[in-house]
Design a protein around this ligand. Sequence first.
Ligand SMILES: [Zn+2]
Length: 346
Amino acid sequence: MKLIKSKITNKLLGTLLAIIPSLAFTQEIINTDTHRLEEVAEGVYFAIGTGDIYTMSNALIIERDDDVVIVDSHITPAAGRALLDSIRIVTSKPVTTLINSHFHYDHSNGTPAFGDIEIIGHEVTYEKLTSDPENEHTYQSSLRRFDNTVNRLETELSNAASVEERQELQQQLAYWQRHIEAQEEIVFTPPTQTLRDKMTLYRGGREIQLLFFGRAHTGGDLAIYLPEEKIVFTGDMMLGGISYMGDGYVAEWADTLRGLLSLDIELILPGHGPGFSEVERISHVADYYADLTREIRRLRSEGYSAEEAAARADLRQHSETLNVNQIGANLEAVERMYDIWEGRIQ
Ligand SMILES: [Zn+2]
């Protein structure tokens, strides 16, 4: 096996304690060829892709007495296999259960890598993954983005001035080409078991709560909560800052995040980016969605089109907490808000 295990406890501990000040647990970092695994509690690993395979989203690995539960499967079966190889570095127990935080391609298209296992997701995730997921606009726009990246790199390569630059661009190009080729293997795989509001898994000495607090980043976002460890994996309903809103329910999102705040949390692990322990960030992001809703509602009532409203929206009161320093809001989000208010989307 070509994966390398390197445990860097002492060297990184200072930095990690700075990132996660309230954690009493001594966090261990395990670097594999493709992942950085942060042991955030005993037998619980936060997996962040690092290697030369594109993973895009984070995953969570939860060891139980006799098996392993994972949350999210990355963006392609190839990335899912890399995750499975990384899991094998920390445990030989079988992966029996996969939880989908939500339906998006970058969190669920790696699922076939795990074979015939139990897959648990929200009812909306099931609906989305069984009704033409290949033509979902978010997935389709990601494919266009990857193609554009390859085209841009090809142009840059043909204009490269030095050997070093050429080599660097060739590496990047190969990385993205591998990712595009990996799309061919995708088989959209829905949950085998669904829930609407809440499910708790008690097997193997670990309590795992799957909680739905309302619509947010999608119609079926789950928070995966470990009450004993006070850790929550939030998928994309709560990132370090503002999430992609193209499939979101912005007007409902703040209430959903306030539901999340009812949990006793010491560490938040998002679907993208690093984990963090500042629970107040949830309120900051909730306030942004609430203010965005209010501002767009106001502009719409004054007769502005979605495009005009997106250009005029002033959310700069969030500059200190969320770095919103310029006038304007995401057009896709605003168009979607209009679509929902005008009944074109339910
Ligand atoms: Zn997402």
